[in-house]
Design a protein around this ligand. Sequence first.
Ligand SMILES: [Zn+2]
Length: 280
Amino acid sequence: MTDFSQSFYWETLPLRGARCRLDAIYARVLRDFQGQAEVAQLLGEVLVGLALLATTQKNYERLIIQAQSKGPLKLLVAEMTAAGGMRAYGSWEEGVSVDLSQLPDALLAITIDMGMDRDRYQGLVELRDSLTLSLNAYFAESVQSPAYFRLVADPSLQQAGGYFLQRLPGVLAEEDWELATQFIAVGSDQSLLKAHPQQFLPEIFPDSAVRLHEPQALSFACSCSREKVERMLISLGSAEAEDTLRSEGAIVVTCEYCQEVYRFDEADVALLFAPEHALH
Ligand SMILES: [Zn+2]
């Protein structure tokens, strides 16, 4: 197993956490990426944040972390399914430096989609100077159970991973919470990624046993399909489809997440808008 998340908890303390490693997913997301290094970095961080956040959720169908602003970073989004399929996508202004602390009207939204006919929960926080601070703020404001994230992403090494800790309801001394977060905060990114949790987690509170759950395998997965693109074209209407056919010769739709290309020529479009097709 290359990519995974793994949660853990302390037996006698109201404290839990998780770690993850997403090198293969990150490499796949960056495969056709041609933007600024800061955006490549953010794509890794948002994937890591999502994988860690997911370890705190049960019974969801899809989790989404989305950052948007009216500045150079238009959209940054990562999605994860219950089966551990992850994808991410960014949209930004070419050639403009992307600095989270300088973005106007910047928001971070976390969506928990429970599936068909069930609830959809969305939490919103202001985007802070980093995704780490934004996720910490989300837990403090929306979940009311403080968390501490450390997100590591290195686009040149194609490495992504991280740790997070969450303080659960119960009695945990302030200095113990600070001690635990220090263990995650210190050291280089490389040393954090290489650390063995079985070794360093028990060192934090030698008097309380740490239990590690089985890791969950994670992988790159995109939910796009020709059928979904067909439905989108039908909803835009035949006039628009015929306009594009006239000017471009074919309708070509490229998935923003996985770069899969869906091509529709004149015969495909005719079939799409034929009365018998519309019945389905
Ligand atoms: Zn796709």
